[in-house]
Design a binder for this molecule. Structure first.
Ligand code: OFO
Length: 181
């Protein structure tokens, strides 16, 4: 059984994962608007993955008999000056999520609530992967540059990180996902 404080913190994380999903969906739309189809596909897929992170937490709270409470979340920024600025914001956001996960792990340990502590280890590993992924994307952008040809190649490279939809579903096949889940 979760303490009221632990329930409140896990609910905050559920809402942060939803916020992450909305942010990446909005970023995907900006990329589509700029005809950056590879980046749009990659970010749309990542938005879906954030929903799976949220759902995992919802299932955990449901299983423990705690009430999930969704809240209003801030609207994401719709416009960006460049692809580099966009991915800098992604990395910054993921660092913020890592910080939130670290605080949750600390709280679970201090409570003590070892079931939640154990459950959160998946998120600890996931954040390492996500920071690594987005730092690599940003490094590529800085290396290739964002003049006209550069943007074309970056879009292809980043698009290649997105898993093609499973036949006829329009949904990425999770068994072949190249991007961290
Ligand atoms: Fe992108 O991270 Fe969720 O947890």
């Amino acid at each position: 059984m979760l303490t009221p404080d632990m329930t409140a913190s896990l609910n905050a994380q559920i809402n942060l994962e939803l916020q992450s999903s909305n942010l990446y969906l909005q970023m995907s739309c900006w990329c589509a608007f700029k005809s950056l189809d590879g980046c749009a596909a990659f970010l749309a897929q990542h938005a879906e993955e954030e929903r799976t992170h949220m759902q995992k937490l919802i299932t955990y709270l449901n299983e423990t008999g705690a009430l999930v409470e969704l809240t209003a979340i801030p609207a994401p920024t719709a416009r960006y000056d460049s692809l580099q600025e966009l991915f800098e914001q992604v990395l910054e956001h993921e660092q913020h999520v890592t910080d939130a996960i670290n605080k949750l792990v600390h709280q679970a340990h201090q409570t003590p609530d070892y079931a939640t502590y154990q459950f959160l280890q998946w998120y600890v590993a996931e954040q390492h992967q996500e920071e690594f992924l987005f730092k690599s994307v940003l490094d590529k952008i800085k290396l290739i540059g964002t003049d006209h040809q550069g943007v074309f190649f970056i879009d292809k490279e980043i698009g290649a990180l997105a898993t093609p939809p499973a036949a006829g579903t329009g949904v990425a096949d999770p068994t072949t996902a190249a991007v961290a889940q």
